[in-house]
Design a protein around this ligand. Structure first.
Ligand code: NAD
Ligand code: G6P
Ligand code: MN
Length: 447
């Protein structure tokens, strides 16, 4: 019998919380749980989902103790893992992150460009606050963080809380690998799962490339994938459900043009924002962005289901959806808890893994994960194209963190100007000044 873990989900009111809770229930055989506590700083939002989760858990896993709270001591005492997915400023601020840059003809996106930097300036303080609660109440616990923007959060925690037990993760490669399996099925009829593939990948978060994708027997799957991607990107007949909205289908399709720039590798979809920003802006509606799509879609669906469960007094007929990142999170928790040495793609300090790249950069690369944490695999040298793009982007991320630490207007202006998505210092300043006004309740005061 495996030892049980106590879990805190930080950002209990997240649209992803019910899916994570359900996923934990479904994985009791390999990752048994004694207790789940939801923690949020917005009691009203969290209550709505927690009451539904309580009903669901009573039906599916009554042996798991379940609580929810806004009190840090209650949330973080006696726990083994914090699964963190907070969104500082909620969708209202995401909407501004997307719409303010678009006013100036610049990409408006949750984690890329000026919007992602604005979100980073909001997220750093609260993620560190949670790490400090963990240090105080459960110093041996691991934080599995997927609060965005993960790249900036990772750099900030590297700088400000070195040595803390935080691992930053992303579900985009997981989602794309799931899609690759459906592409292989469409193209060849062969049924694979993500775990049947052995991959090599390097980059930054939301900024990377696969260099190898093969099956367990060592057969190269890249040629089939490259043929498909060169014709229609990642679009295919059965994409995983989390990325099925029209804007995601457009992003998946655009990977065709991202791939064309370097046919040696297979790209992360997020590169479209840096390599084709003009296309992205032309195809954006400045009055209705992804934040609106999510508020009208996922948020309404999840909170509607929760309401129905509470009204009906049962979760029967209202099953929550489990996202693509769910199994990945359990794999990671198992690797840490049971020392499995599973190979996983994580955001970790480079420290020489990519030889010709800044050793202090937070990079997304395969690692072996055991109870002492991740051990990165060696990548070696990367080509000039990727190194140039990554050098610029990692400096943007570092400048944002420096701006937050030093309360520096100058560094934030430099960060926005340096981004590949922004045409000039003039436009950067206009966007920055408007972002400062919009974020005055969240950012440190810049001088
Ligand atoms: P959401 O707004 O539905 O949920 C976020 C929750 O965090 C809210 O209930 C909010 O009140 C809470 N919160 C905000 N600040 C907090 C704080 N200081 N302390 C505690 N709780 C706080 O958002 P969502 O769309 O469900 O996304 C949640 C997060 O997960 C976002 O950061 C999103 O970008 C991230 N995400 C990351 C990945 C990845 O690949 N890393 C994948 C999916 C989602
Ligand atoms: C992907 C990324 C996440 C990001 C999410 C946005 O899964 O890996 O980091 O938060 O997309 O999805 P949404 O549906 O909120 O636009
Ligand atoms: Mn991500």
């Amino acid at each position: 019998m495996r030892e049980k873990s106590a879990i805190c989900i930080a950002g209990g009111g997240s649209t992803f919380t019910p899916g994570i809770v359900l996923m934990l229930v479904e994985n009791q055989d390999r990752f048994p749980i004694s207790k789940i506590t939801l923690y949020d700083n917005n009691a009203e939002r969290q209550d709505k989902l927690a009451e539904a989760c309580a009903i669901m858990l009573k039906e599916k896993a009554p042996e798991i103790e379940f609580n929810w709270t806004t009190d840090p001591e209650t949330a973080f005492t006696g726990i083994d893992f914090v699964m963190a997915h907070i969104r500082v400023g909620l969708y209202a601020m995401r909407e501004l992150d997307e719409k303010i840059p678009l006013k100036y003809g610049v990409v408006g996106q949750e984690t890329c460009g000026p919007g992602g930097m604005a979100y980073g300036m909001r997220s750093i303080g609260p993620v560190i606050e949670i790490l400090d609660y963990m240090e105080k109440y459960s110093p041996n616990a691991w934080m599995l963080n997927y609060s965005n923007p993960a790249a900036i959060v990772a750099e900030a925690t590297r700088r400000l809380r070195p040595g803390h037990r935080i691992i930053n993760i992303c579900d985009m490669p997981v989602g794309l690998e799931t899609n690759m399996c459906s592409i292989i099925k469409d193209e060849t009829g062969r049924e694979l799962t993500r775990n049947d593939m052995e991959i090599r990948y390097y980059g930054l978060n939301h900024f990377g490339w696969w260099t190898q994708i093969q099956d367990k027997e060592g057969n190269d799957l890249m040629p089939i994938l490259k043929k498909h991607i060169s014709e229609m990107g990642y679009a295919n007949n059965s994409p995983e459900f989390q990325h099925r909205d029209p804007s995601w289908v457009e992003t998946y399709t655009k990977a065709k043009d991202v791939y064309a720039l370097d046919p040696e590798t297979v790209p992360n979809t997020y590169l479209k924002y840096y390599l084709y920003p003009d296309f992205v802006v032309e195809h954006s509606d400045p009055n209705y962005t992804r934040a609106n799509e999510v508020m009208d879609g996922r948020e309404k669906t999840v909170f509607g289901q929760a309401k129905a469960i509470v009204e009906n007094g049962t979760s029967k007929g209202n099953e929550f959806a489990v996202g693509v990142h769910a199994s990945f999170i359990v794999d990671l928790a198992c690797a840490l808890k049971f020392n499995t040495h599973e190979r996983m793609l994580l955001i970790v300090p480079n420290e020489g893994a990519i030889e010709n790249f800044d050793p202090t950069a937070m990079v997304e690369i395969p690692c072996l994960v055991g109870s002492n944490g991740p051990e990165p695999l060696k990548i070696g040298d990367i080509p000039t194209f990727q190194r140039g793009l990554m050098t610029e982007q990692v400096c943007v991320e570092k400048l944002v963190v420096e701006a937050w630490i030093e309360h520096s207007y100058q560094k934030m202006w430099q960060a926005i100007t340096l981004s590949k998505t922004v045409p000039s210092g003039k436009v950067a300043k206009q966007i920055l000044d408007e972002l400062i006004e919009a974020n005055k309740d969240f950012w440190p005061e810049l001088k």
